[in-house]
Design a binder for this molecule. Structure first.
Ligand SMILES: Cc1cc2nc3c(=O)[nH]c(=O)nc-3n(C[C@H](O)[C@H](O)[C@H](O)COP(=O)(O)OP(=O)(O)OC[C@H]3O[C@@H](n4cnc5c(N)ncnc54)[C@H](O)[C@@H]3O)c2cc1C
Length: 392
């Protein structure tokens, strides 16, 4: 029997765990090293579009990830008067599901366990080498056929390999929280909707994640000191979004504030080391695709390596993976950044811009290109619309 190829992964977030499952399924010996003392998802809820959902299916983590989750059918934007700017149905054959991050990560961790992936926590990676090594803060070093940095926006792996060409933080940021849902929270006519409310440069995004919880994102520029206070100024936000006062009142005592990052790397690999996810291609969350892209790139990486029998062929396989996948990721990053710019337009101009853009089939195709993409490694899964027909 051929010797098992060995991968070591820095970072046990969505991208790292998806990559670990994908490689484990293909017979690799995989160990994930996570800095925290447990696998723990930062943040509250997360949007997963059709592409990410297909990846979860291919990884065998879909059912557990979306159990009880909210499957919305409309994405609606409203202006400063509460009037609808745009109310776009989400096509029946394209799923958008919002889930709790902790549930999604737990589903990936369980799939990883089934495929023999080992997870070592409290292990801080401080770098990697093109020889397939990970270096740790405690002085340890491990060597494998492949070292993968999925260690997030401040990636030590990216920096140590000299791959970084850009790490920029956006002006805009978000307060994110989950509140308990109560009957009547969302008016009946708004059931099944994701609702993005605008007022000046402030935005209030309402996202149910299951029957019991609603994920709220309150976004504004980082220099809007009053609005970004982590002890949320409920009077201020309620004055801007009066229709949602009842939700704002329920926000807890302390909420975390975070800005968004954009990262770009010269290449995604160097010899026997690779990077992916936010470490390689972080994007603002405007299209809800950062996590989807991280998982999608992890699965694609495992497919690119599927035929490798001799470790010496890994560097070429990594280059082929990047050449195939990078254009979609960069497209998605660009359009996510572009969408972010509408936050800085005056209200009336924003309304006209969103309406014009979203009614233009070309613009809409660009915005949803990642969501509509067929992720590498999911070709065997029928389109969602056809599955319903087969099931009948
Ligand atoms: C406000 C906001 C909203 C978002 N909403 C969405 C959304 O709706 N849909 C979507 O798809 N994406 C969304 N994203 C993006 C998404 O969260 C990220 O793209 C995704 O989490 C990237 O996964 P990752 O595994 O690459 O990185 P991370 O999730 O950051 O995971 C990195 C892991 O590495 C660990 N780590 C870090 N440094 C080290 C080290 N030195 N050694 C060992 N371990 C280390 C961390 O503890 C962490 O566990 C959002 C992002 C933000 C900021």
């Amino acid at each position: 029997m051929a010797k098992k190829l060995k991968a070591v992964i820095a970072g046990g977030g969505l991208g790292g765990m998806a990559t670990a499952v994908a490689l484990g399924m293909r017979g690799w010996d995989v160990t994930v090293y996570e800095r925290q003392n447990a696998l723990r998802a930062a943040g509250s809820g997360i949007y997963i579009w059709e592409n990410g959902l297909r990846v979860l299916e291919a990884l065998g983590a879909y059912d557990a990830a979306v159990e009880g989750a909210f499957h919305g059918h409309y994405f609606e934007q409203r202006d400063n008067r509460g009037e609808i700017i745009e109310s776009a149905p989400i096509p029946a054959d394209k799923r958008l599901i919002t889930v709790k991050r902790s549930q999604l990560l737990a589903a990936l961790a369980e799939a990883a366990r089934k495929h023999g992936v080992r997870v070592e926590t409290s292990m801080e990676v401080i770098g990697a080498t093109p020889r397939g090594e990970l270096l740790f803060a405690n002085g340890q070093r491990v060597r494998a056929d492949l070292a993968i940095g999925v260690d997030g926006i401040w990636s030590r792996v990216r920096l140590s390999l000299g791959l970084e060409i850009l790490h920029e933080q956006t002006v805009e940021g978000a307060l994110r929280t989950v509140i308990p849902a109560q009957p009547g929270d969302i008016p009946e006519q708004d059931g099944g909707k994701y609702i993005e409310n605008w007022n000046g440069k402030r935005r209030f995004l309402i996202t149910p994640i299951n029957d019991d919880e609603i994920y709220l994102a309150l976004t504004c520029p980082g220099n809007d000191e009053a609005a970004r206070a982590t002890t949320v100024d409920k009077a201020l936000w309620s004055a801007d979004f009066p229709a949602w006062r009842h939700l704002i009142e329920r926000i807890g005592a302390e909420v975390s504030w975070g800005v968004y990052s954009v990262t770009k790397a010269r290449t995604w690999s160097s010899g026997h080391a690779a990077i992916l996810g936010d470490a390689a291609h972080a994007q603002p969350p405007n299209l809800g695709q950062g996590g989807g892209m991280a998982m999608q790139m992890g699965l694609a990486l495992s497919v690119a390596l599927a035929d490798v029998r001799d470790a010496r062929d890994i560097p070429a396989a990594l280059e082929a993976w990047e050449a195939a996948e990078r254009p979609l990721v960069e497209h998605c990053q660009k359009w996510s950044c572009l969408y972010g710019e509408v936050a800085f337009l005056p209200d009336e101009v924003r309304t006209r811009t969103i309406r014009a853009a979203m009614s233009d089939p070309w613009v809409s195709a660009q915005v949803f290109r990642a969501a509509n993409s067929l992720p590498t490694g999911t070709e065997h899964l029928l389109p969602w619309s056809e599955r319903a027909r087969v099931a009948v």
